[in-house]
Design a protein around this ligand. Structure first.
Ligand code: NAD
Length: 496
């Protein structure tokens, strides 16, 4: 029998093995060793979890709670996450290979989602409509949707889950979560805190397993009212089609290929750091990676020289070591995909200015799932390396001459998740920010995210918004209530 820790699904307030009794293995990307086993859930488990969530939505304690009491529970979950931040961060590093500094930062910041939405729970007010009909009182209520499915990717499991979970619960929904098969453990650990906070059984459930099997069964389940999905654009399209068959709402947070634009009046040293954080932080495995760096012709050589010098010094190594700056790639298929794109870029004629292959120095652990920080110059916007999401530490630099040309290049892409603009001119900053078709624009900064500010994609980067008050509205529906105060019911054969 295996001595590895086993993690079970969480359904109706209990940790249980899947109905199949099977487990799948989860790897540490730095050591390439299996470190835990996770319940391999099937469509039967998805059904049980959704039924439990539906029962919790319609009966028992949860629907009877006042919004204030519900908000207090969500807030308490935030407190418990704060107290367990280090443990959760270490699990994330072990499971997905991201840097301990990054994951500690995330796990210490995540409680804010629960505090913010917990506070918002009792501030969502309906309105009394001064209706244009005599002797009628009309008001609106904002009600929860029902059972919400939350499907998350492997790159920032708890952060991306919290974008969804805190708002969905504060709005009064119940939830079934399907984390990535590569990084399920932190989400299951979070369920211990859900239980400790005192959520009634069935309000939050987790089923673990594979997207095409248990993920699609969850999306298709007739009791699921809404799907919140973060992941790749291809799987997002499949999820959207399946949800459409059941006429369900969908929030989709998908891929990106974001332009990071450096103008000739930028503070160059700051812009270098912005370019680095856009592509090498998190080993480039972020949806908001600034993977297309647009640099103005007049500063191109100076800027690219500084950038390559800075990137050369990036320290690869053990993600658990606070001194490490670039960690391993999370999964073997992702490692292969990144190397494939490097080969594509070379074949397309892009000029490799830095890296360009696997990294296998002794600091790179046993897995060897490391890719050298890689920079390609001389890229044109038509090349695949400029148009397709790599999701790794591979930067494409494109040269431009005028502001209009930069805007055209930035927009000439299927994605629209984010963009960076580096300039000292406020006029330029506003003009370019307005012209770029993307859901987030950063001026003289990059990779800033908050629970307060809406986040989401234009074009193929997604639908709907998470975070902020807008993020809460995605989990509510409006009911209009009409009360007659008239003495008689008027003529029933005409519309009132
Ligand atoms: P993925 O699409 O392969 O998987 C995401 C999740 O969806 C996983 O839990 C997976 O099991 C599940 N899934 C896959 N197919 C499914 C199906 N047919 N039905 C239901 N569930 C299904 O993505 P990934 O490789 O885990 O993550 C990387 C991708 O996520 C990148 O493209 C990245 O840009 C994107 N991403 C987007 C954001 C954002 O906010 N826009 C944030 C992080 C990652």
């Amino acid at each position: 029998m295996s001595a590895l820790p086993k993690f079970n699904a969480y359904i109706n307030g209990k940790f249980e093995a899947s109905t199949s009794g099977q487990y799948f293995e989860t790897f540490n990307p730095y050591t390439a060793k299996i470190w835990a086993e996770v319940a391999h859930c099937t469509a039967d488990d998805a059904n049980h979890a959704v039924q439990a969530a539906w029962t919790a939505f319609t009966t028992g304690e949860w629907p009877k709670l006042t919004a204030t009491a519900r908000g207090a529970l969500v807030h308490k979950l935030g407190d418990l996450i704060r107290d367990s931040a280090r443990e959760l961060a270490e699990i994330e590093v072990r499971d997905n290979g991201k840097l301990i500094n990054e994951m500690l930062g995330q796990c210490n910041y995540i409680p804010n989602w629960y505090w913010y939405y917990g506070g918002l729970a009792d501030k969502i007010e309906g309105s009394v409509i001064p209706i244009d009909k005599a002797e009628v009182f009309n008001y609106t209520r904002h009600e929860p949707l029902g059972v919400v499915a939350c499907i998350t990717p492997w790159n920032s499991p708890l952060l991306l889950l919290s974008f969804k979970l805190a708002a969905a619960l504060a709005a009064g929904n119940t939830v079934v979560i399907k984390p990535s098969e590569f990084t399920s453990v932190s989400t299951l650990k979070l369920m211990e805190l859900v239980e400790k906070a005192g959520f009634p059984p069935g309000v939050v459930n987790v089923i673990t397993g594979f997207g095409a099997e248990v993920g699609s069964a969850l999306v298709e389940h007739p009791r699921v009212a809404k799907v919140c999905f973060t992941g790749g654009t291809e799987s997002g399209a499949l999820v959207y089609q399946a949800a459409a068959k059941g006429l369900k709402g969908c929030t989709l947070e998908l891929g990106g290929k974001s332009p990071n634009i450096v103008f000739d009046d930028a503070a160059l040293d700051d812009a270098v750091k912005g370019a680095i954080s856009g592509i090498f932080a998190a080993t480039g495995q972020t949806c908001i990676a600034g993977s297309r760096l647009l640099v103005q012709d007049s500063i191109y050589d100076e800027f690219v020289g500084k950038l390559v010098n800075f990137a050369k010094s990036a320290r690869m190594g053990d993600p658990m070591d606070p001194g490490t700056q670039v960690g391993p790639v999370t999964t073997p298929p992702q490692y292969e995909k990144i190397l494939k794109y490097i080969a594509v870029a070379k074949a397309e004629g892009a000029q490799c200015l830095l890296g360009g292959g696997p990294a296998n120095t002794p600091e790179c652990g046993d897995s060897k799932w490391f890719v050298q920080p890689t920079i390609f110059g001389g890229v044109t916007n038509q090349m695949r390396i400029a148009q397709e999401e790599v999701f790794g530490p591979v930067l494409s630099i494109i040269r431009f001459k005028t502001d209009d040309e930069a805007i055209d290049i930035a927009n000439d892409i299927a994605f629209g998740l984010a963009a960076g603009v580096w300039t000292q001119s406020i006029k330029r900053a506003i003009k370019v920010s307005n012209a770029i078709r993307a859901g987030t624009i950063w001026v003289n900064t990059y990779r800033a995210v908050s629970y307060m500010s809406p986040f989401g994609g234009y074009k193929k980067s997604g639908l709907g918004r998470e975070n902020g008050i807008e993020g809460m509205r995605e989990f509510l529906q409006t009911k209009s209530v009409w009360i007659s105060t008239a003495a008689d019911v008027p003529n029933p054969f005409v519309m009132r």
